[in-house]
Design a binder for this molecule. Structure first.
Ligand code: AMP
Ligand code: SF4
Length: 471
């Protein structure tokens, strides 16, 4: 590789990850490893709040888990219970004031709170609460939920939480911690994953099961749609539901792109589902080519399935520079124009004079595909056919994935053939909606960004997503 191939990071945002620990000695130490294994879900900021039943201890910061925490400051997070969060700003924007968990002080009892997902009615609720006198410190949905709990006049805490949960709409996995109890809550549509594990007589809860393997915990079960699970310091369990009607609408993009390949989401391993999607895609849209190349890292599994199905070699034709972190200095416009890219480089000797099928998990804006195809052709590829292991993303997501306007979605404004032309591929095909359901072995999940049929009411969000009024 003669040239430094650097890709300027213009990808859309990911979402967040939550982790909780109860009845485990030095909870914050376990938390550190748990959060570290959820780092792929958010790199903007992270935080931990622990409790030793007498007081709360809090550390939050901008940056990666390894940048915010060290052996010394973890020791200050006392107690055998903790909640933690890795953040990508899906709602509310950046800045330390939006880094979770939040600690709320109240005469009826202090509590810590963090969440993954996005509320679709947050604007309405915030407006109502402000009219009733609430003052907000951050722009995060989490604070809205805290105000709703404390505004409720019910004396019973669980009833107040249930009533607050019934007022919010959208995708969420909430963790709340009083000085001696952990409250675990999942939205009634079960859009975001949340699983329970057992560790040394205590419990852990995580956005993804990959964290359990890392810390030596055993998987117990997924938190059910609409469930509120309460675990106390004596190991007592109480399971309740805030909604009578619940639905299995897991986000398809968790399987397709967000989650780590070693996580199991509602019983299906992510790597296996991606590999199966690759197989199905190969059956739906086969390609006559010399080699298959998966775009690293999230498309490697799909490329394996695609290659096995067609019996065509799967090659490592693209190398990813793993050291392009949050603090990497993005190349200036001047350097970008000169072709200095970041993140991915082709291996010329592999791609030269080859007919290539490039497999990627998704096309959002189309910028990545366009750049990679050009890069492969510049490196001597004869043909580049593109196969995508998700259906075309035609609609915005309002549930915590930052693809929020029609304008930024190439497939919302162009046909498949127009997209092919724009990205410069010799051919282009996407897996069908039926194909992706089959790959994850489910008959139902959220496919809204491919269909525009949303599982919840979405309030004024649709109008905002359609800024230029074309849809
Ligand atoms: P784009 O250049 O906008 O078409 O981005 C497509 C690439 O972004 C694919 O290679 C995906 O792996 C990746 N991707 C898909 N969804 C997301 C997301 N929500 N956040 C970050 N990256 C994503
Ligand atoms: Fe996931 Fe798409 Fe549904 Fe958003 S709209 S929750 S990204 S499947």
């Amino acid at each position: 590789m003669s040239e430094i191939e650097i890709f300027y990071n213009e990808l859309p945002n990911e979402e967040c990850g939550v982790f909780g620990v109860i009845n485990v000695k030095n909870a914050s130490e376990v938390m550190y490893y748990g959060l570290h294994s959820l780092q792929h879900r958010g790199q903007e900021g992270c935080g931990i709040i622990s409790s030793n039943t007498e007081a709360f201890y809090k550390i939050r910061g901008e940056g990666l888990v390894t940048e915010v925490f060290n052996e010394q400051n973890l020791k200050n997070l006392e107690g055998n219970m903790a909640i933690g969060h890795v953040r990508y700003s899906t709602s509310g924007g950046g800045g330390i004031e939006n880094v979770q968990p939040f600690l709320f002080r109240h005469h009826t009892g202090d509590f810590a709170l963090c969440h993954n997902g996005n509320l679709v009615n947050s604007k309405e609720l915030k407006h109502q609460l402000e009219n009733q006198g609430s003052i907000f410190q951050s722009t995060s949905d989490t604070e809205i939920f805290a105000h709703l709990i404390k505004k409720d006049k019910q004396t019973n805490r669980l009833e107040a939480i249930k009533s607050a949960l019934n007022k919010i709409e959208g995708a969420f996995a909430f963790l709340a911690m009083s000085q001696d109890k952990l409250y675990i809550m999942r939205d009634k549509n079960s859009l975001r994953p949340l699983s329970l594990g057992k560790l040394n007589g205590g419990y852990v809860v995580s956005s993804e099961t990959c964290a359990f393997e890392v810390i030596g915990a055993t998987f117990v079960r997924d938190i059910n749609p609409g469930e509120i699970l309460i675990i106390d310091q004596d190991g007592n369990f109480k399971s309740d539901y805030y909604a009578k009607k619940t639905y299995k609408n897991m986000c398809a993009m968790e399987y397709i792109y967000f989650s780590r390949p070693d996580s199991d989401i509602e019983g299906t391993n992510v790597h296996s589902s991606r590999k199966e999607a690759g197989r199905i895609l190969a059956k739906e849209a086969p390609v006559d080519c010399d080699i298959i190349i998966g775009v690293p890292d999230s498309s490697i599994s799909a490329a394996v399935g695609f290659s096995e199905e067609l019996n065509i070699p799967n090659e490592m034709g693209l190398i990813k520079n793993k050291y392009v972190g949050r603090t990497f200095i993005a190349p200036s416009q001047h350097l970008r124009e000169k072709g200095v890219k970041m993140k991915l480089s082709p291996i010329r000797s592999i791609v030269e004079n080859k007919r290539i099928c490039l497999v990627d998990d998704s096309i959002v804006r189309g910028t990545t595909s366009k750049k990679i195809i050009k890069m492969l052709k510049d490196a001597g590829a004869l043909e580049v056919h593109m196969r995508i292991a998700s259906p075309p993303i035609t609609h915005p997501c309002f549930y915590g994935v930052d693809t929020s306007t029609y304008e930024e979605l190439i497939s919302s404004r162009h046909t498949v053939d127009e997209v092919r032309e724009i990205i410069g591929a010799d051919s282009l095909a996407f897996i069908s909606k039926e194909g992706i359901l089959k790959a994850v072995n489910r008959d139902k999940m959220c496919l809204s960004c491919f269909s525009g049929k949303y599982p919840t009411y979405i309030y004024q969000n649709l109008e905002e997503a359609n800024k230029d009024g074309k849809f």
